[in-house]
Design a protein around this ligand. Structure first.
Ligand code: ATP
Ligand code: MG
Length: 247
């Protein structure tokens, strides 16, 4: 293992397995039996148009929906009934879409919150250095308020904070939303690097091209059900899929 990953023994081989997940907003039955798997070091795409249920899947997985049924396991542990905080501590970390860093705090202060939650004092500096090594653009903005970062830098900050929580599985919700193509290309590398540390990544995207560059497998959601799933090499050939996603 390289020096860069020393404080991150996340590659513990635990698989996330979701079976028959249902979720509701009031009477609206939004997720209608979603099943999926994400292995260690794997990048798996969760595709679907507006309103397909991608974000709801993440919210349901991390205890943020008022009513859910189904089974969610990480390794041999059931995590489906636990609180969001416990689920994160057990290793499933959700990175929401949009701008969610603390805008009035500097990049370093944002990262320190994650570090202080996850590392004993003696290891914090090393953990922070590793995050900066992984996201050099952040090292150049260390004392900048997060509120003035570009969209791409903010996305990197969110991913770095999530990485510092030592996840087993990262749930990335539309990381490319609103970003210029050149920044999207840079993010591809960052997501790959994260996966190379052994973190399993479930990547929700409307941008199927971005997802296909990173993922070997994909699930396609439509109206709260998995309409198609399989290897990206095969799905990308599917006319049904490309028509459905408009790509
Ligand atoms: N807070 C809410 N209250 C009621 N219904 C909601 C709420 N949030 C989402 N929904 C509905 O749940 C369904 C799934 O929405 P969700 O946000 O999970 O889709 P998505 O795939 O993430 O879409 P997008 O690509 O636009 O982010 C949609 O029909 C949406 O209208
Ligand atoms: Mg969404």
């Amino acid at each position: 293992m390289s020096e860069n990953t020393q404080t991150h023994p996340a590659a513990d081989g635990q698989q996330l397995v979701v079976e028959d997940l249902h979720a509701y907003y009031g009477r609206s039955h939004v997720l209608q039996g979603v099943s999926l798997k994400v292995g260690a070091g794997e990048v798996v795409a969760l595709l679907g148009r507006n309103g397909a249920g991608k974000t709801t899947t993440f919210r349901a997985l991390t205890g943020l929906m008022p009513r859910t049924t189904g089974s969610v396991t990480l390794g041999d542990r059931q995590i489906g009934r636990k609180s969001t905080h416990q689920i994160a501590q057990l290793g499933v970390v959700y990175v929401p879409s949009g701008r969610r860093s603390f805008p009035m705090m500097t990049v370093k202060e944002n990262l320190l919150i994650a570090v202080e939650n996850s590392f004993r004092r003696a290891r914090r500096k090393q953990a922070l250095d590793e995050a900066f090594a992984m996201f050099p653009a952040l090292a150049r903005r260390v004392n900048t308020n997060a509120g003035v970062l570009s969209g791409g830098e903010n996305q990197m900050l969110k991913m770095a904070c999530a990485f510092l929580l030592q996840p087993t599985i990262l749930l990335l919700d539309e990381p490319t939303e609103g970003l210029a193509p050149i920044v999207v290309a840079e993010l591809v590398e960052h997501v790959r690097t994260l996966a190379d540390t052994g973190v399993g990544i479930l990547l929700a995207e409307q941008n199927a091209r971005f997802a296909f560059q990173l993922s070997a497998r994909a699930y396609v959601l439509n109206k709260g059900i998995v309409q198609m799933s399989g290897r990206v090499s095969e799905l990308a050939e599917s006319e049904e899929l490309t028509t459905h996603l408009g790509i």
